[in-house]
Design a protein around this ligand. Structure first.
Ligand SMILES: [Zn+2]
Length: 349
């Protein structure tokens, strides 16, 4: 029964792939407000604050400098991702310590791939949220297709709180405590599936580390000041890894080709310049593969196995896995490092 739902969705997806992409009619964009409204109408791009534009501020998070938009006291990244303000700092953070060196207790390294334990996500729904069925339907979809279970909170301290907002937004991974998913009236069930994807640990598909092998970013067509939305999560210094071997154009976490376009021209295309169809109907096979890597059938929450020869970003540090050990390219060349209680240390032979 549960599997059938997935098979049911596949033909729908292939039909969608033939349909036209929503293209902004606006060719000449003259004011910030028009820019915002053109994105607000795109159901394939989630935006936290579609009607506002905040100052772009540089912050240090996971040890790297990154630009975020500062709106309503929140740090917003890539449109709909909220950066936990308490974990960001205004100055650089040291990421690897020599043996015997004492790491500060409260170093500002954000762990963005923190997983929910026992495959269980606790949640609560704000009583004033309109159309709660969006949340129930999105949760049912996640439960039907993955090993995750969503349980109404009964006093647990880490939980998702679905609440009204000016747009759709979420944090990435379990950040600890109450973490909001905001849903404006325009946010669909598909957008809700997308935001839950962030909350369980998924990034935007077009920000994967190897995306430049699969897509071209057309920087000249991006709204001025919004270029940072097209950084890869590795450039931003986040924890994360890719779960499929190549970019999944059908991912519910993939932005539309016209995301943050300033002129109605595409901002993301395939390498050959052609368009693709983004969708917000269901998790793709790749999304399901990713979710099941993070949350395996036998308990999960491990983030899957690390593969020798691959790079990962963990606790803000880009490290290479080899011979089942970790290596970091420091100013003194390759050095072995190890992670102890959330802090990286150099290993001495
Ligand atoms: Zn998103």
């Amino acid at each position: 029964m549960r599997k059938l739902k997935l098979f049911f969705w596949l033909p729908v997806l292939s039909i969608m792939a033939c349909s036209d992409d929503p293209i902004s009619e606006e060719v000449q964009v003259e004011s910030e407000n028009q820019i915002e409204s053109s994105n607000a109408k795109d159901p394939l791009v989630e935006i936290a604050y579609p009607d506002s534009k905040g100052a772009v501020t540089d912050i240090y998070y996971t040890g790297m400098k990154m630009p975020v938009e500062n709106i309503d006291g929140k740090y917003i990244y890539q449109g709909d991702i909220i950066i936990p303000r308490g974990k960001a700092s205004k100055s650089p953070v040291k990421l690897v310590y020599e043996k015997g060196e004492k790491a500060p207790e409260n170093k500002s390294v954000g762990r963005t791939s923190a997983y929910w334990t026992d495959n269980t996500v606790y949640y609560e729904i704000d009583g004033s949220l309109p159309d709660k069925d969006r949340v129930y339907d999105a949760i049912s979809h996640w439960e039907a297709n993955t090993n995750l279970e969503f349980v109404k909170r009964s006093g647990q301290s880490n939980y998702i709180y679905f609440t009204p907002g000016s747009g759709c937004s979420s944090y990435v991974g379990m950040v600890g405590g109450k973490q909001n998913i905001t849903l404006a009236s325009a946010c669909s069930t598909g957008n809700t599936i997308h935001e839950i994807g962030h909350a369980v640990g998924l990034w935007h598909e077009q920000s994967r580390a190897d995306r430049d092998n699969h897509v071209t970013i057309h920087w000249n067509n991006i709204q001025s000041g919004r270029e940072y939305n097209f950084e890869t999560y590795v450039e931003a210094g986040y924890d994360g890894k890719d779960f499929t071997t190549s970019l999944d154009f059908g991912s519910i976490m993939m932005y539309s080709p016209y995301s943050f376009s300033s002129n109605g021209e595409p901002t993301i295309t395939r390498k050959d310049g052609s368009l693709y169809s983004a969708q917000r109907s269901s998790l793709s096979n790749g999304d399901i593969q990713g979710a099941n890597s993070m949350y395996s059938a036998n308990g999960g929450g491990t983030g899957g196995e690390y593969i020798n020869g691959e790079y990962y970003t963990i606790e803000g540090l880009r490290v290479l896995r080899n011979w089942d050990r970790w290596y970091y390219y420091s100013s003194r060349g390759w050095r072995e490092v190890e992670l102890r209680s959330g802090t990286w240390y150099y290993v001495f032979e």
